[in-house]
Design a protein around this ligand. Structure first.
Ligand code: ITT
Length: 185
């Protein structure tokens, strides 16, 4: 079985990646290492730089992932600043910003960067369209999951099984594992 090293401090991401790994017969192992995060509006650029730094520092082939919530009515806020905004204003803050908004469309986006030491990163992306709920719902997941409505349920209500069928992260990681499956690594 192939082993893929996922550099992240986010256990929610690790659980989802491990569930996908089971499905595709790939072992996902977490490495906790804080690689530098570029300031950019573009998740691909952040993931590319992060994967290159992490693989060089750890001298290993690794993946990193950068993800974010892009809300249409807020002109794509919080986007690449999603981690910081979650830590500061959180879901309640987003619900307040959206209180009088009719347009509730939002996208979760994911960019997975794979890099071998000294090499250039390859990027795999995934997006899921949903809506911002009017209140938090559900106990599963992490981050913005309780306010992200997919059809009539939030990701917080869906749990990993349901979320992994449709999520941004699942789509990006699936592209990656399908690609790595064809490589002799
Ligand atoms: P690492 O960088 O260590 O992987 P992180 O939590 O800092 O972990 P990001 O920089 O990608 O990850 O931050 C994205 C933030 O966006 C994350 O902290 C969550 O608050 C939110 N987010 C991303 N994907 C999400 C998802 O699937 N469900 C809910 N919130 C998500």
């Amino acid at each position: 079985m192939k082993t893929v090293y996922f550099v992240t401090g986010n256990m929610g991401k690790v659980k989802e990646a491990k569930a996908l790994g089971k499905e595709f017969n790939i072992e996902i192992q977490q490495i906790e290492y804080e690689y530098p995060e570029l300031q950019s509006d573009d998740l691909d650029i952040i993931a590319k730089y992060g994967a290159e730094c992490a693989s060089r520092a750890l001298n290993k082939a690794v993946i990193v992932e950068d993800a974010g919530l892009f809300i249409s009515a807020l002109r794509e806020f919080p986007g690449p600043y999603s981690a910081y905004v979650f830590k500061t204003i959180g879901n309640e803050g987003i619900l307040q910003l959206m209180a009088n908004q009719k347009d509730r469309r939002a996208d979760f986006k994911s960019a997975v960067g794979y890099c071998e030491p000294g090499g250039e990163a390859i990027i795999f992306t995934g997006t899921v369209r949903g809506e911002i709920a009017h209140e938090t719902r559900g106990e599963h997941g992490f981050g913005y999951d309780p306010i992200f409505l997919y059809d009539d349920r939030t990701f917080g209500e869906l749990g990993i099984g349901g979320k992994n069928k449709v999520s941004h992260r699942y789509k990006a990681l699936k592209k990656f594992v399908e690609w790595i499956g064809t490589k002799d690594i």
